[in-house]
Design a protein around this ligand. Structure first.
Ligand code: ADP
Ligand code: ZN
Length: 212
């Protein structure tokens, strides 16, 4: 079985885009805690109602809630996963090891990028509501305005938390929590850094080399 992959990186660093390619090219299963939480909001579940405001503001949901959701949605005996958006802090990293990954082989990939360019990237991000393809009006705009290249759907949505104020909060949260997480994986020799400012194809090549 391939090593479990943990993608670490700031909002907008390209984790989601790379995760989609790892799924289609290498057969990984993708688990994004952000997507799981947004699903709960869409379903209008109790959990969704509880986290809606927190997420819109760009703050972190509490560790216990996110860990429970993660545990309920992955089964490591069934294949290799990409963890996207989890862990967000040191407690989550430790919990992921103890409760989910246990002693299965794993690697963490850090998408290293200058945080100053990310705010502009994030407010220009759009996602196809039909097939999930991710666009950016700055450097990966759909060929026809408002129409998905991949599925021709016309629901190119902007995430509620991709507005200037929430983006500022999300980047601030990231800055204040990431260093101990990186040290944690570095100390056990499981961390690989990739330069995430390269083109998405170049980043994918680097990511693939890590996986092999
Ligand atoms: P991004 O990395 O672009 O901010 P995500 O989809 O990973 O997007 O996360 C969106 C939001 O979901 C976060 O701002 C936070 O509110 C919540 N969230 C996602 N993953 C976690 C997590 N591991 N712990 C706490 N909150 C989380
Ligand atoms: Zn689409």
């Amino acid at each position: 079985m391939k090593a479990q992959l943990i993608l670490l990186g700031a909002p907008g660093s390209g984790k989601g885009t790379q995760a989609a390619r790892l799924v289609s090219d290498l057969g990984y299963k993708h688990i994004s805690t952000g997507d799981l939480l947004r699903n709960e909001i869409a379903k209008e579940s109790e959990l969704g109602k509880k986290v809606q405001g927190i997420m819109t503001r760009g703050e972190l949901v509490d560790d216990t809630t996110v860990l429970e959701l993660l545990n309920a949605n992955c089964d490591l005996t069934s294949g290799s996963y990409i963890f996207d958006g989890f862990p967000r802090n040191l407690d989550q990293a430790k919990a992921l090891d103890l409760e989910v990954i246990k002693d299965v082989a794993h690697k963490a990939i850090y998408f290293d990028i200058d945080l100053d360019i990310l705010a502009e990237r994030l407010v220009n991000r759009r996602t196809c509501g039909d097939c999930g393809e991710i666009y950016n009006l700055l450097f990966k705009a759909p060929k026809a305005k408002g129409v998905c290249d991949k599925c021709s759907g016309t629901n190119l949505n902007q995430r509620k938390d991709d507005n200037e104020e929430s983006v500022k909060t999300r980047l601030g949260v990231f800055k204040s929590t990431i260093d101990p997480v990186l040290s944690y994986y570095e100390e056990k020799g499981a961390l690989k850094r990739v330069k995430a400012s390269a083109t998405s194809a170049e980043v994918f090549e680097e990511v693939k080399n890590t996986v092999k």
